[in-house]
Structure formats: C-alpha cells, structure tokens
Design a protein around this ligand. Structure first.
Ligand SMILES: [Fe+2]
Length: 532
C-alpha cells in the first residue's frame, strides 16, 4: 500500500475546507447532475451538538459512480417537519476526495431547541432528520435523557435495538465504539457482509456504506444527535495506537503500511460520521506519523451535566504480556507480568491525559450536577480468577492500571462532581462503583460505572454460576449480564440519575421486542447504586 501522504494531506485539507458550508446562489444547485438512482440511500445524521451549533451529515451514494468531482447539495434547517418555517439554508460541496460526504456545520442556532433538517440534490430530497441544540452552559436544566450504545457487528444480528431506541425520547446518543467491524464475515452469520477483509480506503468506505444501508440505524441517526467515539474495529481488532493487532493483517505489512491503513480507516470514519471538519484537518498533519485525528472532547449540557468523550484506542501503548509475545489482546497474570503496572504506560496518551486532567480541574467543582465520561471499555477491575490469584483481560483499563489510577486520582484531586463512567467493548452489561484504588477493595467509591452491552456483537455468554463467582470476586460490581444485546438509557435530573438497561429478545430476528433488564438510581452527591 503506498500513498503520497504529503499530497494527500494537501488534497484532503482543501476538500475538508470546501465541504463545509458555502453560500452559493440558488441557481448553483439547479445544475445538479441527472441521477438515475436516489442519492441519499445512506440516510442522514446529526452530531457534535453544542448550545448553538450542530453538524449535519449525509453522503451521496448511488449505484452508478458520480461523473462530477464536486457536487453541490442544498440543505435546510427548519422549526417544523413540513419545512414551512425555515431557520437556515445553504449549499455544501460533496467532493470525490471525501467520498461525496457532506458535513454542514450549522451555527447560530437557539439553545435547547429541537430542529428538523434535510438535504436536496436536483429533484431528490433526503429523509428528514431531527436534531437539537444543548442548553446554554449556565442554564438551569431539569432533565437530560442520554442513550449509550456500542458494538454493532452486521453479521451477528439485526440492528432492531435502534428501532426501540427511537421510542426512548433521547436528547443525545453516545456511541462508544465498534460502529463497523473489519471482518470478512462470521460463522453462522445472521446476514452476509459484502467484500473480504477491510484493508483499504475503498474497503472501509464500502463497509460503512453497507452498515449505513440499515433502515433502523438510519432512523435512529435521524432521531437525535449523536456523540461518537471509536474503538478498535473501526480500524482493526485489538490494534493499540501505532501497533497493529494480529488478525486480518496486511500481508507482509510494515509499521508504515499499518499507519497508512489506520489513516485510511480514520478518513472513512470521518466521511461517515457527523463530525466537524476540524477533526480531520487538524489531525491530518500528523496522520501518517501515527498522530491524531482528534475525536476526544467535552461539551456542557446546561448546568446539569458535563459530557466528556474519550479516545482510548488511538494513543495507547501496546497491551502488556499478551501470551506467546503476540501483538493484540489476551489475558495476563500480574504476578508474571512486570510491565503490567509500569507507571509510564498509558491508555489515553500523554496529551489526552493532560487535557482530561485540565478539563476536570476547570470543570470539576463547577455548578453542574453530573460529570459523564463516555469511553470505549470496561473501567473497573474484573479479576476472572477466584481466590488470591488474579487474571485480567489486558485490552481494557485492567491492562493499564497505573493509567486508571491516574484518572481516579484526578477525579478525587479536582473533587469532580458525580462522575458517571459509560463504556462498551465487552458485549456484556457491567454496572458497578468506581473505586479510588482497585488494589484496595475497601477504598472510597468515587463514582459509578455503566458498561453497556453490544447492539448485536456476540459475547462469550458465561453461565449464571460463573457470573455469580465473578461478582463475588469483584464486589465493586453490582450487576454483570453476559447474555443480553441492547443499549442503556440514563436520565439525569439535578437530584438523581436513573439508568435503564434495555435488552432485545432475539437479535437474530428483525421483529424482536425489547424489555427492561434492570434499573438503577444514584442520588447526586452520593455514589451509591440503588437497584430499583
Ligand atoms: Fe466490539
């Protein structure tokens, strides 16, 4: 795989700049290409909301390739679903270099308000999406309904969970990683993927297009804004920072080849998500060297909540002591792995750790009621061996205990208000108390954790007996559910949060129903999980 990266960077910078809002005369968009098929087949989406702005997304995608390098798309934002009361409208360019994706950064909107949006190209009109702005940072806010979801492997099931999620009246959905999977398929696949291993920019684009063709996923994107982070499968299973994983590798590939693959995967991610163009352009200067496409960040939801979204995949050190010296993940015994607790090892990377510490220092003791940390993986310690011996999965925070300790110390040092950690990755529900020091089981509870199950991706499905043993050995966790697929909803009010775990009956059936698996409450000022 060879890319002329400096040329490519230049090209993409120009492309990203022109893909944002343009103010062309209306006549410009009447020269739309004559299309034989509907160009908005991948749906619409919105995301990255603040109190006055939101990103609107679509990607033009037809069966026959566009002849045009750049296509002008018209967009509208309205107060009403009939688009009689237009708030803003404009044109944006969809360019070949960015797979004819469209990212409109609408600014100057009113705070704490719902809007409707759509795109037009010639005679074609996209589906109507619904989105909202957040309340002003200083506004008193009574309620936030936030969903969290992760891990949607196409071939493992239908995305029916999203159809039910549409009825949850969410203000925002946090997507916590594994939006696509790069595998060529699966045994006992519920539905087939197209293509083989996903390795090149074109492969990633095709895989996103496949996932984006799902009607339930499209409908949920059109229901509320999303805040999106990624995990490993957006690039490759178990990759760690600049280190390749060990399945579906590039044949005979070098580190430079992996970084080019990662750069292609990151670009395709941008092309398919409602992200600001600055995410791409600021990161491009370092993309080929393994530096960032910066997707971590923070946003306030009135005085009610600070929402922080982390990236624990891009900057991490390699996993410690994976068996047989393999790259990627595995289980480790800390007694035989001296590097495990090495203080220099990081999961977030030094830059993001410092940013997080500064953000918590600045916001920690603010007047808000809740501090939400959305990230990829299980946070609390999960020792899978009974008795005094320990056995940890090395791909999550358990593989980076010194880094976890720095984070919990940061929470304590800055007296962060009511921390709530959300996670994914493990394809199981884990609910627990965040401890100041997991090496000291009696140490203070500094927050709560809801690690969510997958939308579809399979899990080991451990027996009830095994789960009971895990909980006995890891008493800071109050629930582990290894069977269900679904999502979670957290409703925040100034006085308390209420978390509801929702599970579908059968992920292999498109018409599956959903039910409540468990509900928890946490009172503000007291990090104690109460089962409802
Ligand atoms: Fe996953």
């Amino acid at each position: 795989m060879s890319l002329d990266l400096s040329n490519r960077r230049q090209l993409l910078q120009q492309a990203a700049a022109c893909a944002t809002t343009l103010w062309l005369p209306r006549s410009a968009w009447s020269q739309a290409p004559r299309l034989k098929t509907y160009p908005f087949a991948l749906g619409v989406a919105s995301g990255s909301p603040t109190h006055d702005a939101v990103v609107l997304w679509t990607r033009l995608h037809t069966t026959e390739p566009f002849r045009d390098d750049a296509v002008t798309v018209h967009w509208e934002v309205a107060h009403d679903e009939q688009f009689k009361r237009i708030v803003q409208e404009g044109q944006a360019q969809a360019v070949r270099e960015l797979a004819h994706s469209v990212h409109v950064e609408v600014q100057g909107l009113e705070p704490d308000r719902w809007y409707f949006y759509r795109f037009m190209l010639g005679e074609a009109v996209s589906a109507t999406g619904r989105t909202r702005t957040f309340p002003l940072p200083q506004a008193r806010t009574d309620r936030l309904r936030l969903g969290y979801a992760s891990c949607q492997r196409w071939e493992h099931g239908f995305f029916s969970a999203y159809r039910h999620m549409r009825d949850e009246s969410l203000d925002v959905l946090m997507f916590l990683g594994d939006y696509i999977y790069e595998y060529p398929g699966a045994l006992n696949a519920v539905r087939k993927t197209t293509g083989g291993w996903v390795l090149t920019l074109d492969d990633y684009r095709q895989r996103y297009a496949l996932y984006k063709s799902d009607a339930d996923l499209q409908a949920m994107h059109a229901t509320c804004p999303w805040l999106v982070t990624w995990d490993d499968h957006e690039v490759q299973n178990d990759y760690a920072g600049v280190h390749e994983g060990h399945s579906g590798n590039l044949p005979g590939g070098t580190v430079a080849d992996f970084l080019a693959r990662r750069a292609a995967a990151y670009q395709a991610h941008y092309e398919h998500m409602p992200l600001r163009s600055s995410v791409l352009t600021q990161g491009l200067t370092g993309l080929a060297r393994g530096a960032e496409m910066r997707i971590y960040g923070a946003v306030r939801y009135g005085q009610l909540a600070n929402l922080i979204l982390l990236d624990d995949r891009q900057y991490r050190d390699a996993q410690a002591c994976t068996p047989q010296g393999r790259p990627g993940s595995g289980s480790l015994d800390p007694a035989t792995c001296p590097t495990w607790n090495d203080a220099s090892r990081t999961l977030l990377g030094k830059g993001q750790e410092q940013w997080l510490d500064e953000t918590l220092a600045q916001w920690g003791q603010g007047r808000h009621q809740w501090t939400v940390l959305g990230q990829q993986t299980a946070f609390g310690q999960r020792d899978f061996r009974p008795g005094p011996q320990q056995f940890f999965w090395n791909d999550g925070w358990d593989g980076y205990p010194a880094a976890r300790q720095r984070l919990t110390q940061s929470l304590q040092r800055h007296r962060v208000v009511n921390p709530v950690v959300l996670g994914g990755d493990v394809h199981e529900n884990w609910v627990g108390h965040v401890l100041a020091d997991y090496a000291q089981p009696t140490s203070a509870r500094v927050g709560v954790e809801f690690c969510g199950t997958s939308i579809t991706s399979r899990s080991g499905g451990a027996s009830a007996e095994k789960v009971a043993q895990w909980l006995a050995d890891n008493p800071h966790f109050v629930l582990a559910d290894t069977q269900s697929k679904g999502y979670g909803v957290v409703e925040f009010t100034p006085a308390q949060l209420t978390a509801t775990l929702r599970g579908v009956d059968d992920v292999t059936r498109p018409d599956t129903q959903v039910s409540t698996l468990a509900r928890f409450a946490v009172q503000a000022g007291r990090p104690v999980l109460e089962r409802l």
